[in-house]
Design a protein around this ligand. Structure first.
Ligand SMILES: [Zn+2]
Length: 76
């Protein structure tokens, strides 16, 4: 009989949301380090987005120890 042990996260990422200029749908992008184009999944519009500061993203990841420090205390 298999024993089910809850799995802890092994990594963490930071999602940024960019509003589509046409339909305002908020599109999730994982920490874009460079200027790029994205396509709206709702209306199909393609538009440029500004990149994020990777020093800040690295800081957030370090604060969470790459994931484990963000675990619910009841599950440690
Ligand atoms: Zn759109």
């Amino acid at each position: 009989m298999p024993k089910f042990v809850p799995i802890k996260p092994s990594n963490v990422e930071v999602l940024f949301f960019y509003p589509c200029p046409v339909c305002r749908e908020e599109l999730p992008v994982i920490s874009p380090a460079n200027p790029t184009m994205i396509k709206c999944s709702s209306c199909g519009e393609t538009f440029p987005i500004v990149p994020v500061d990777m020093y800040n993203v690295t800081y957030l990841k370090l604060m969470l120890s790459g994931g484990p420090a963000g675990i619910d205390q009841d599950f440690l």
